[in-house]
Write a protein that binds this ligand. Sequence first.
Ligand SMILES: CC(C)(COP(=O)(O)OP(=O)(O)OC[C@H]1O[C@@H](n2cnc3c(N)ncnc32)[C@H](O)[C@@H]1OP(=O)(O)O)[C@@H](O)C(=O)NCCC(=O)NCCS
Length: 337
Amino acid sequence: MTSSTAALVQLDADHGLFPAWCGVWAATERLDRPDQEPRPVSDHVALARQLAEPGGSRGGAHRAALVGGEVVGALRLILPLKDNPTMAVVDLAVHPEHRRQGLGRVLHDEALRLAGEHGRTTLITEIDEPGHDVPGRRFAELLGWTCDLAETRRDLLLPVDEGRLSAVEADARAASAGYRLVTWRDRTPEEFLEDRALLEQRMSTDAPHGDLPVEEERWDGERVREYEAAHIARGRTVLSAGAVREGRMVAFTDLQVPLARPERASQGGTLVLREHRGHRLGALIKAAVLRELAVAFPEVRRVSTYNAETNTPMVAVNEALGFVPAGRLTSWSRTLG
Ligand SMILES: CC(C)(COP(=O)(O)OP(=O)(O)OC[C@H]1O[C@@H](n2cnc3c(N)ncnc32)[C@H](O)[C@@H]1OP(=O)(O)O)[C@@H](O)C(=O)NCCC(=O)NCCS
């Protein structure tokens, strides 16, 4: 079979082929990271429903590539609706048993067509690179994409070494006098909702993003609640910590735990407002969520985080906590036309 016999089908979460579409991602993830469970179908379903929700901050489209009635390729386009109006995020994968037959190109052509149809002129994608020379990199280079950002993935094996954690905490407490630590789960306390929105907005441009052509995102309390609800819908619980000064939350960090498979948690965003940096608040809040995690989910074996190497302060905190390199994630862009 070749790409000339492939058919493209439009899907949503309720389509009968959606589980097979998710299977393409699972097969890809198993090949790339055999020691790790792939994302469950429920995660893709919840994201698809969120993208289809009227009034949400992101829209999207799904396509399956079929050969002989079998789903062998998957495409998802995510369209920001509240900011970045010319951008589209592209995720595409071909089942490992059907590669090098031109299916990737078919899905890529469809991504360009769909993006154009929605008035998008800048495309963004991410490539997981657990090792060297992954096919996605060759493919992206060939099709005119530029690598704008490289982030190192670091994993922390749990339980955390108590000596390290208490040393980081002691150091952070000494440097952060005047700041109060707060923790919560899943829902930002109402009193900090607007502060959280500002932190998320800053996160979109303050965290190093290399040459990625992204504009600052627009966040308000409502979008924070939408974001929180999306995590719950995707079967995750989020443990968070923040630093408060004079009643305002000026730093936050999130740790996401997939409830069906809690062995591997992921670090979400961490940001300290520029004007409050230099007080070890990053270390203070990250150590706090690790403590919360140990109590609430002792079954978590590993936490993964991604950082640009230029993000020296964040990398230093992570290394002090015992995170070690485990591959990289690259972000790419391409203009349309
Ligand atoms: C990248 C990916 C989508 C390519 O799918 P595919 O169906 O094999 O792609 P195609 O057959 O259309 O390949 C197009 C060209 O890309 C290049 N390419 C693809 N895979 C390659 C590999 N493993 N090594 C070197 N070049 C490769 C080749 O130039 C190829 O043309 P050729 O086969 O005529 O030499 C697939 O490997 C995949 O799903 N990877 C994991 C997810 C991913 O990285 N997605 C990319 C995000 S942009």
